[in-house]
Design a protein around this ligand. Structure first.
Ligand code: ADP
Length: 295
C-alpha cells in the first residue's frame, strides 16, 4: 500500500511545552485513519504540522512523498481540511465560500455546491454570521470535500454535528475513500472510529502509543456482561473469553467468536441479566490510558 502521509521522528515543542514528540506515522492510500487521544495529547499539533501551519522542532513529514514544509503550496491543491474551530468571513454566504474554495482548487464543478449542501442539509444562501455553530461546522466540512481532494484532513469533524449529519459525513468519507482518497481525522468518539475507520492511532503526551488496523477481529468483538447469582466461571472458560472485570455476581468479558456459540454456551446459566455490546474500542483505549486520563 502506498503511504500518502509519512512522518519520521516528527517533534514540536512550544517553548518548554511538548506538542508532539518523535511521531513516526504512515497513512496508506484509501485508508480512513482515526486519530484518538485525550485533550492536549498532540492531535491538533500533528495536523497543523502536516498542513505546514506550524514549523516542527525536528523530524520530517511528507504528503504524496513531498516534503510538507517545502512543498505545501503544491500539496494544498489536492488537500481538503476542516479545522476543529471554524472561521470564515462573516458576511460571506456558504455559496460564496464554496465557490471561492473551488476557484482556489481550479475546479469548475460548481454543481457540487448544491449536491454537497443538500447532503449536509445546508442553506447555501445564508451568510456565515447567521449560522449556528453546527451549521458553521458543516460549511467547513463542505469546503474540505467540495473539490473531491485526494487527501482529506478533519480535526474533530463530528463534534457539534447532529447524529444524522454525522452519518451523512461518514457516508461521504467512505465514498471518497472508495474512490482512492485518503482520510485523516481526529475524534473523541470511539464508536465512530470503530464503525468507520480502517486504522486507528492512539496518542498520549505527544507520543504515539498504539496504532492498529481495525480488522474484523476488533470490530466484531463483543463486550458481554452477565449478572447471575452463583455464576459458574468454568462455563466462560469454554468460550475462550478475556475477562474485563469480575465482581461477586457479575462478570464482564470480551468475546470474538460466533454469537450463536456464545448464546448456546451461556444459556444454561440462570442469569438475571445479560448485556451484549459491540466493542466500543474503549477497552483497547483504556488499556493505554489507565492512569485516569479521560476522553
Ligand atoms: P489536542 O489537539 O490533542 O487536544 P494539542 O495539539 O492542541 O492537543 O496540544 C498538545 C500540547 O501542546 C498541549 O500541552 C497544549 O497545551 C500544547 N500547545 C498546543 N498549542 C500550543 C501553543 N500555541 N502554545 C503553547 N502550547 C501549545
Amino acid at each position: 500500500m502506498t503511504n500518502i502521509i509519512e512522518t519520521q521522528s516528527l517533534s514540536k515543542n512550544y517553548g518548554k511545552t511538548c506538542g508532539i514528540s518523535s511521531v513516526s506515522l504512515n497513512v496508506g492510500e484509501g485508508d480512513i485513519f482515526g486519530f484518538v487521544g485525550p485533550n492536549g495529547a498532540g492531535k491538533s499539533t500533528f495536523i497543523k504540522l502536516i498542513l505546514n501551519l506550524i514549523k516542527p522542532t525536528s523530524g520530517t513529514a511528507t504528503v504524496f512523498e513531498k516534503d510538507v514544509f517545502k512543498k505545501s503550496h503544491v500539496i494544498k491543491r489536492s488537500l481538503g481540511y476542516a479545522p476543529s474551530d471554524v472561521r470564515f468571513f462573516p458576511n460571506m454566504t456558504t455559496d460564496q465560500i464554496l465557490k471561492n474554495t473551488l476557484r482556489f482548487h481550479r475546479n469548475k464543478n460548481y454543481s457540487r455546491i448544491d449536491t454537497i449542501c443538500n447532503r449536509l442539509d445546508l442553506d447555501k444562501n445564508k451568510k456565515f454570521k447567521e449560522l449556528s455553530l453546527g451549521n458553521r461546522k458543516k460549511v467547513a466540512l463542505a469546503t474540505a470535500l467540495i473539490h473531491e481532494p485526494k487527501i482529506i484532513i478533519l480535526d474533530e469533524p463530528t463534534s457539534g454535528l447532529d447524529p444524522l449529519i454525522q452519518i451523512r459525513l461518514f457516508e461521504m468519507l467512505e465514498e471518497a475513500a472508495k474512490k482512492g482518497a485518503t482520510v485523516f481525522l481526529s475524534s473523541h468518539n470511539l464508536a465512530e472510529i470503530r464503525d468507520h475507520c480502517t486504522v486507528t492511532g492512539f496518542i498520549k503526551n505527544g507520543k504515539i502509543i498504539n496504532e492498529q488496523r481495525l480488522d474484523t477481529a476488533i470490530t466484531n468483538k463483543k463486550i458481554v456482561t452477565i449478572t447471575a447469582e452463583n455464576l459458574n466461571r468454568e462455563i466462560l472458560e469454554r468460550l475462550n473469553v478475556t475477562i474485563i472485570s469480575d465482581n461477586d455476581n457479575s462478570v464482564k468479558f470480551s468475546y470474538t467468536g460466533e454469537l450463536s456459540t456464545l448464546i448456546k454456551t451461556v444459556s444454561c446459566i440462570e442469569m438475571s441479566d445479560i448485556i451484549i455490546e459491540n466493542n466500543s474500542l474503549a477497552g483497547e483505549y483504556i488499556k493505554y490510558y489507565d492512569d485516569g486520563d479521560k476522553l
